[in-house]
Design a protein around this ligand. Structure first.
Ligand SMILES: [Zn+2]
Length: 243
């Protein structure tokens, strides 16, 4: 049976207490509700960013349609004006003037059709711009909410990190000088036993697993030297006798 000074075994319980508090503080740091908020906002912001790129492309395409429709209307209008000026001048044969007259009528019809195309494109552009503006407004909201959440997270981190630093310093002081073999055994057991490597024997109960030690083992433990390092038969942890 390995041995370590009884006083070191007792000090191990204080180290264990600090280790548990450190573990809890780290868990609290990793599971801050604000971290889930940040992840959700970042997810939504990313998706929205992609959506905005697609919407911008659509709006740009429609804007080009509007420009083309405007140009088409303008060209037809200019052509009709030229025709009307020729008609007003009265120059040319009766046949030419008749042809011009027909073209002016055809151009008026064509202009009407093109203006319908232009109007349709303008309406679609207005709708696309509105959707884009809504998406951009939401993106700004997300950005603002994210900034608030990040500030909250950083403040929480700072508080918990200070707490962790304080506990780590206290833990180091509590662990200083403890028998190296005992400390190594404790670390090994702590790593494989859910963060608890040493527990006190209270009455006949191991406070690590809360199982009762059978009378035979208890008698053997009570008879053991104070420096003997005892282990719980149930959970295998270092069992420190009452302090
Ligand atoms: Zn136990």
């Amino acid at each position: 049976m390995p041995t370590a000074p009884a006083a070191d075994q007792v000090r191990l319980l204080a180290v264990q207490e600090f280790d548990l508090r450190l573990q809890q503080a780290r868990h609290r740091r990793d599971s801050l509700p604000v971290l889930a908020t940040i992840a959700a906002l970042e997810g939504e912001g990313g998706e929205l960013g992609d959506h905005i790129v697609a919407l911008s492309t659509d709006a740009g395409d429609i804007r080009r349609e509007v420009t083309k429709a405007e140009d088409d209307v303008q060209n037809v209008r200019a052509r009709a004006e030229r025709d009307r000026a020729k008609l007003d001048s009265g120059n040319g044969s009766a046949k030419d003037l008749q042809a011009l007259q027909s073209e002016v009528v055809a151009l008026a019809k064509r202009q009407g059709d093109l203006e319908d195309v232009e109007l349709d494109a303008m309406e679609r552009l207005e709708a696309a711009d509105e959707i884009l503006a809504t998406a951009r407004a939401r993106a700004l909201e997300i950005e603002a909410a994210l900034a608030v959440a990040v500030t909250e997270r950083d403040a929480d981190f700072a508080t918990i990190d200070a707490e962790i630093a304080g506990l780590a310093a206290e833990r180091a002081a509590a662990a200083a000088g403890i028998d190296a073999g005992l400390a190594a055994l404790y670390e090994r057991l702590r790593a494989s036993h859910g963060g608890v490597g040493a527990a006190v024997l209270k009455g006949n109960q191991c406070q690590g697993c809360h199982m009762n030690v059978n009378p035979g083992d208890l008698a053997r433990m009570q008879a053991a030297s104070a420096d003997d390092v005892l282990r719980c038969e149930e959970c295998d942890r270092i069992l420190v006798r009452a302090v």
